[in-house]
Design a protein around this ligand. Structure first.
Ligand code: Q9C
Ligand code: ZN
Length: 358
């Protein structure tokens, strides 16, 4: 399988986040992508390609151009205002209710005012190299798409930072640009066909859902920890089925705590049935491995065997598949879990031989 990877991701190296009422070390670290690169690199079945530059147009096809402009200039702006911290976090959030009855107002001018407009949480600090890394992740995703359109059956884009929490005009959840949504939109434009997205990250992909909620030509299917207990809390409910032309093109499958492989696979089959019933010849996968039993921030109970089986069942759809990396935070097993997912999709055997005992 062809793998698209760029070392550019290492310039996004956040240190902190706020979680469960505490400041902690950020889980979305460069070591994650390096662990995946090393696992795939040790297997002759994977060959690596560098991304090519795709420019801004595919990004603004999905995101507010003002958000792109904000992310591009935010670090220089931070320094220009005399800030010296190596991480930029919001300290206010300009929630719409704050201006109820007063109109939306104009965009704040100061860096802190602006980040409070564009960022929705305390998990997604920007550092000096965040913007080039986020642009690199988009190019990784679009290059994987190019390879798929060129005839590859399945391609893997080792995206970092991840993307599925980024909505049209707001970012957060370790995500800046929505890599999977950008690829989906570009695929829809280039092929003129409907496109299905399967999101198997532990967290609901609120950004992807928001971007395509009114669209009948894009099906979004997500399996995730129930938002009644799991981040992002405000979206991912089963009753969210799409709006207008997009009615019935959004399927949320919230999962209980400690969900087993069996229960997970039963829900997966529901999602795959919906995808099979939807038209189109391509599938975009948002691949999160934070459903793992040993993941430090999530509460499902999947094992490596499940990843191989999910890949195998996704392949049975018989569609050209673009697999893009999202979350997954138990770094010692992350690479081997991704590799087994990809072995599954390629019809290769489960291989637990390189899973370290830690
Ligand atoms: N108490 C992805 O997996 N922190 N993003 C959650 C829970 C942020 C996850 C706090 C989690 C973001 C791509
Ligand atoms: Zn996640």
């Amino acid at each position: 399988m062809r793998v698209v990877y760029s070392p550019q991701h290492t310039s996004h190296d956040p240190e902190h986040e706020v979680s469960d009422g505490r400041p902690i070390m950020n889980y979305e670290v460069p070591e994650r992508a390096e662990a995946i690169r090393i696992s795939l690199g040790a297997d002759d079945g994977f060959t690596f390609d560098e991304p090519t530059e795709h420019g801004a147009e595919p990004i603004t096809a999905v995101h507010d151009p003002s958000m792109l402009a904000y992310l591009e200039g935010s670090w220089a702006d931070w320094l220009a205002w005399g800030q010296t911290a190596r991480e930029m976090f919001p300290d206010t959030f300009s929630l719409p209710a704050l201006r109820e009855g007063m109109g939306p107002g104009r965009e704040p001018r100061t860096p802190l005012g602006r980040i409070g407009r564009w960022c929705f949480d305390m998990a997604t600090p920007m550092v000096e190299g965040t913007y080039p890394a986020a642009r690199g992740a988009v190019d990784v995703a679009l290059t994987a798409m190019d390879l798929a359109l060129g005839g590859e059956r399945a391609v893997y884009g080792l995206c970092r930072p991840p993307g599925h929490h980024a909505a049209r005009a707001v970012f957060g959840g370790y995500c800046f640009f929505n890599n999977a949504a950008i690829v989906t939109e570009e695929l829809a434009r280039r092929t003129g066909e409907p496109v299905a997205i399967l999101d198997v990250d532990y967290h609901h992909g609120n950004g992807t859902q928001q971007i395509f909620y009114g669209r009948g030509d894009v099906l979004y299917v997500s399996l995730h920890g129930d938002p009644d207990r799991a981040y992002p809390y405000f979206a991912g409910f089963a009753e969210e089925t799409g709006a207008g032309a997009g009615e019935h093109a959004n399927l949320n499958l919230p999962l209980p705590e400690a969900c087993s492989n069996e229960e997970y696979l039963a829900n997966l089959d529901r999602g795959l049935e919906a995808i099979a019933a939807f038209g189109g010849s391509t599938l975009v996968v948002s691949l999160g491995i934070d459903t793992y039993g040993r993941d430090p921030i999530c509460d499902l109970a999947l094992t490596t065997e499940a990843y191989h089986e999910v890949g195998r069942r996704a392949a049975a759809l018989g569609r050209t598949t673009i697999v893009l990396q999202e979350g997954g935070y138990f770094v010692p097993h992350l690479g081997e879990n991704v590799r087994n997912w990809l072995l599954g999709i390629e019809g290769r055997e489960l291989d637990l031989s390189a899973l370290p005992e830690v």
